[in-house]
Design a protein around this ligand. Structure first.
Ligand SMILES: [Zn+2]
Ligand SMILES: [Zn+2]
Length: 256
């Protein structure tokens, strides 16, 4: 009885992790739909796992729970790989990694649901599973925050936060930077002491903010669109997107 509960408890832990990913995904425009879809198998799986704990003799409950957990995990993988920060040159990896994990989830789900021996299906599950695992193992290296982005041969200091338009996490290089995925242009510059001396009547901007670590002292805080300063070290930073079209205030060099 006790040992029979272990897979169900692990399954519930997995579902909880998926739900956390979906909650994050709901806040980003590009993964909102995928996250809503993902909550359905996650909910079904949670119910079926609970049922399988109380009635371990019902084999179908465990099968159904594991099957829907695999679908939910595949979708959570898709959400995660859609939002993770990737260098501009490596964005194509999403097109490989997102479907890969979702197919793995689908085939693993079939494997759980149908108890017959099926060598073809098993092969699919093993191959897709090991490729998905490789993607996850490579992720910390590919997606690590190096504190700069490459622009030709130069290293431009960068800060990482979610794109205000599509929600993908992006390393924004100092100056004029574009979202790696939706192309939103954003203007970010620090230290902005000189810029902020000029008071701008246009500074009445709508209250929008993004959260990232201060490029100088590393304290995470909310930075408003417009001019602001770090509460910890006083670094002045200026940040604009969409609002100032064709702005004349271009202290950073434009880059692509
Ligand atoms: Zn974007
Ligand atoms: Zn600071």
């Amino acid at each position: 009885m006790m040992t029979g509960m272990v897979p169900s408890v692990l399954g519930i832990v997995l579902i909880a992790l998926c739900v956390i990913v979906f909650v994050v995904g709901l806040r980003a425009a590009r993964t909102r739909k995928l996250s809503m879809i993902g909550l359905v198998p996650a909910g079904c799986s949670l119910g079926a796992f609970a049922w399988s704990i109380y009635s371990p003799e019902v084999e179908m409950a465990t099968r159904f729970a594991a099957g829907s957990a695999a679908v939910a995990a595949g979708l959570a993988h898709g959400v995660w790989f859609s939002l993770v920060a990737l260098p501009a040159k490596r964005v194509w990896l999403r097109m490989v990694a997102v479907p890969l994990g979702m197919w793995f989830g689908t085939f693993a789900s079939l494997w759980f649901l149908f108890p017959y021996e099926n060598p073809g299906l098993k092969l699919f599950v093993v191959v897709l599973g090991s490729l998905t695992l490789t993607a996850w193992m490579m992720l910390p290296f590919v997606a690590r925050d190096r504190g700069f982005v490459e622009s030709g041969t130069r290293h431009v200091p960068s800060v990482r936060f979610a794109c205000p338009r599509c929600g993908t996490r992006v390393d924004w290089g100092q100056g004029i930077a574009a979202c790696t995925d939706c192309g939103l242009f954003l203007h970010i510059f620090w230290p902005a002491d000189e810029l902020q001396k000029r008071t701008d009547p246009e500074a009445l901007l709508p209250e929008r903010s993004v959260r990232f670590a201060c490029p100088s002292c590393g304290t995470a805080s909310d930075w408003n669109c417009g001019d602001s300063a770090c509460a910890q070290c006083g670094l002045k930073l200026t940040l604009h997107w969409n609002v100032h079209k064709g702005s004349e205030r271009r202290p950073g060099s434009a880059k692509k």
